[in-house]
Design a protein around this ligand. Structure first.
Ligand SMILES: [Zn+2]
Length: 303
C-alpha cells in the first residue's frame, strides 16, 4: 500500500481531530522536525503541539530523538512519522470499519426501527417503547422506518470498505512476500559469503599446511646440509690431525723399530747365551750317554 498524504491525514485526524491537520501536514514527508519549529509553523503554543505529539506517540504513530541544547541545558525533541505504524493503523481502521458496518447491517435485518417524520431521531423497538413512540426532540409520533434504503446504503459501504481492505491485504501480502524474498536473498548472500569465507579459510589452512611441510622439508634439508658440512669439517680436521699423528706414528714406528732392533739384539744375545748353555748341556749329555753306553755294554756282557 502506498501511504499517500490523504491516508496519513485520515488516520492522524482520526486521533487528533481536524485541529491537528496543520501539525500533521508539517510532519508529512519530513524527518526529525524540532517541536519548536512545529509550534512556529503551525502558529500554536508549544504546549498544545507537545500534547498532540504525545497523543500520536501513544498510538505509536510518531517517534522522536532528543538532543541536549548545550546553551540552555534542556532537551529538544525532534519528531518523525512512523510510516509502517501508520500503514498498519490504516489497515486496522479499515478492518474495524468493515466489522462495525456488518454489525449495523445485522441489526437492520434483526430489529425494527422507528423514525421521527422530522428526521430528529431513529430508534429501535426498545428505545421507542421507552419514549412511548414519540420523538424525544419534537414530540411527534414515530413511524416505523423502512430499513430497505438503509440496508442498501450499508451494503454499499461494506462493499467499498471490503474492496479497499482486500486491496490493502493484497498489498500487505505482496509487501510481506517482498520482505521475505529480500530476507531469503540476504540469507542466501550471507550463506554464500560464509561458504566463501570457509573456502578461503580452507585454502589458507592448506597453504599453511603446505608452508609447514615446506618448512619441515627445508629444515630437514638444512639439517642434512649441516650434518654434511659437519661431517666434511670433521673429515678435514681428521686429516689435519692425522698428519701429526702420522708423524707421531712415524716417530713411534722408529721407536718401535729401534725397540725391535734392541729386542732382537737382546734376543740374539739371549739366544747366544742359550746356545752356549745348550752346547754345554749337550756336552754333558754326551758325557752321560757315553756313561750309559758303558753300563749297557757291561750288562750285555753279563748275559
Ligand atoms: Zn422529532
Amino acid at each position: 500500500m502506498r501511504l499517500t498524504s490523504n491516508k496519513i491525514e485520515e488516520i492522524l485526524v482520526g486521533i487528533l481531530g481536524e485541529a491537528g491537520l496543520p501539525l500533521i501536514r508539517q510532519l508529512i514527508g519530513k524527518e526529525n522536525v524540532s517541536e519548536f519549529d512545529l509550534a512556529t509553523k503551525t502558529r500554536k503554543d508549544i504546549k498544545v503541539v507537545r500534547k498532540m505529539l504525545y497523543l500520536l506517540y501513544n498510538h505509536n504513530l510518531v517517534g522522536f530523538t532528543r538532543k541536549k541544547d548545550k546553551q540552555k541545558g534542556w532537551y529538544i525533541y525532534y519528531w518523525t512519522l512512523l510510516p509502517d505504524s501508520i500503514r498498519f493503523s490504516y489497515f486496522k481502521t479499515k478492518r474495524d470499519l468493515v466489522i462495525r458496518l456488518n454489525e449495523l447491517l445485522e441489526r437492520e435485518h434483526k430489529e425494527l426501527f422507528f423514525a421521527c417524520p422530522n428526521d430528529c431521531v431513529r430508534l429501535n423497538f426498545d428505545e421507542s417503547i421507552d419514549f412511548e413512540f414519540h420523538c424525544p426532540e419534537c414530540g411527534e409520533l414515530l413511524a416505523q422506518d423502512d430499513s430497505t434504503k438503509r440496508i442498501a446504503q450499508l451494503q454499499a459501504k461494506i462493499k467499498e470498505a471490503e474492496g479497499e481492505l482486500a486491496k490493502l491485504h493484497a498489498a500487505r501480502q505482496a509487501r510481506r512476500k517482498l520482505v521475505q524474498e529480500r530476507a531469503k536473498k540476504q540469507i542466501a548472500k550471507r550463506k554464500a559469503a560464509l561458504r566463501r569465507e570457509e573456502a578461503k579459510k580452507e585454502r589458507e589452512k592448506e597453504a599453511k599446511k603446505r608452508a609447514a611441510l615446506k618448512k619441515k622439508a627445508d629444515a630437514a634439508k638444512k639439517r642434512a646440509a649441516a650434518k654434511k658440512k659437519k661431517a666434511a669439517e670433521k673429515a678435514k680436521k681428521a686429516t689435519k690431525k692425522k698428519v701429526p699423528k702420522k708423524k707421531a706414528a712415524k716417530k713411534s714406528a722408529k721407536k718401535k723399530a729401534a725397540a725391535k732392533v734392541k729386542k732382537k739384539k737382546v734376543l740374539k744375545r739371549k739366544a747366544a747365551t742359550k746356545r752356549t748353555i745348550k752346547k754345554k748341556a749337550a756336552k754333558k749329555k754326551v758325557v752321560k750317554k757315553k756313561a750309559v753306553k758303558k753300563k749297557t755294554s757291561k750288562k750285555k756282557v753279563k748275559k
